[in-house]
Design a protein around this ligand. Structure first.
Ligand code: AMP
Ligand code: MG
Length: 314
């Protein structure tokens, strides 16, 4: 299949493809998305095929207006308040789904994940398509998320109908996912919108930990965000210990890179791209010291933990 590279002035062409049941990669403020008409099961299946994504890992449905939300989900009071204050933005909410949403999108769950992105191109694409767009991150399943055009092209050239070529994503890390289907709200996945900010609007919000996560959000059980290089996370260890570890690996002919997250906002933007760059340089090991889990640091640490093959603690 030929993959068309569309400029941001050609969103109409991309929207036509979505209307025709094709898959198009597009930028959002978090990461690039791999989108298709959320109400067309055959189109949605193409996303899973292109990514190699397990069919029990549900997708986020992206909308551009609240009428679309009403069509696909039952909107409760908590959701209304969040939406009023935090949409459009990097926040995904889980609500009880309506019948119109195909089971392929939600992996048979009775709930649906919904987000109204802030990125103007994403919003325009949804608007012109006239349908909600189901979209996971634009990367082959298990790999670091696609946060720039080049990385999306690398994974999907020849596999999807088109890619909208735009700048590097602003946050570079996925949306925060909040479950609003239970009595108490739960942050299933920390993301670009901080836990602290969410707490302001949801004082009872708790961070989901522990093993039951797989039942609540099936996608969480899979290997995620991993480059070919092995990532080793050092939690609370002194810098010289990390350098010592590097020397030890290098003695056995391994190519090693230490990545130090200095400014967490800048780091989150470039993290997935850096992981992919290491693969291009045939790096064997990426060593990363932990950072404080506040603000976007919580999401960064969540992704590094999931991507790592080993965590070394003090
Ligand atoms: P991705 O789009 O690849 O960043 O992944 C979307 C995330 O949202 C996955 O971890 C899914 O498990 C989660 N998700 C999507 N729909 C639901 C849902 N209905 N209930 C819980 N989690 C969901
Ligand atoms: Mg993903």
């Amino acid at each position: 299949m030929e993959t068309k590279i569309l400029s941001t002035k050609e969103i109409k062409k991309a929207a036509e493809l979505i209307k025709n049941g094709e898959v198009v990669a597009f930028p959002t403020e978090t990461v690039y998305g791999l989108g298709a008409n959320a109400l067309n099961p055959e189109a949605v299946k193409k996303i899973f095929k292109a990514k190699g994504r397990p069919s029990d890992n549900p997708l986020i449905v992206h909308i551009s207006n609240l009428n679309q939300l009403k069509k696909i989900a039952f909107v409760n009071k908590k959701a209304k308040n969040l939406i009023k204050n935090l949409w459009p933005g990097p926040l995904t909410i889980i609500l009880k789904k309506k019948k119109i949403v195909p089971k392929e999108v939600t992996a048979n769950l009775e709930s649906v994940a919904v987000r109204m992105p802030k990125n103007k191109i994403a919003l325009k694409l949804i608007e012109l398509s006239g349908v909600p767009i189901a979209a996971p991150s634009a990367n082959i399943s298990g790999k670091p998320s696609g946060t720039c055009f080049e990385d999306v092209l690398e994974d999907f050239n020849g596999k999807i109908s088109a890619i909208i070529k735009s700048k590097h994503c602003d946050f570079g890390i996925e949306s925060s996912v909040v479950d609003l289907t239970e009595k108490n709200p739960v942050l299933l996945r920390p993301g670009a919108l901080s836990f602290e900010k969410l707490k302001k609007f949801l004082p009872n919000l708790v961070l989901h930990k522990g093993k039951t996560i797989a039942a609540k959000s099936p996608g969480m059980k899979y290997k995620h965000y991993s480059p070919k290089a092995k990532i080793i996370l050092f939690e609370g260890l002194a810098k010289n210990k990390i350098r010592e570890y590097k020397r030890k690996l290098e003695k056995s002919e391994k190519k090693v890179k230490i990545i130090k997250p200095a400014n967490s906002k800048e780091f989150s933007k470039k993290m997935f791209m850096l992981f992919r760059k290491c693969d291009k340089k045939n790096i064997d090991y990426i060593l990363i010291p932990s950072i404080e889990e506040k603000g976007i640091g919580l999401a960064i640490m969540n992704r590094i933990r999931k991507a790592s093959t080993k965590i070394i603690k003090k």
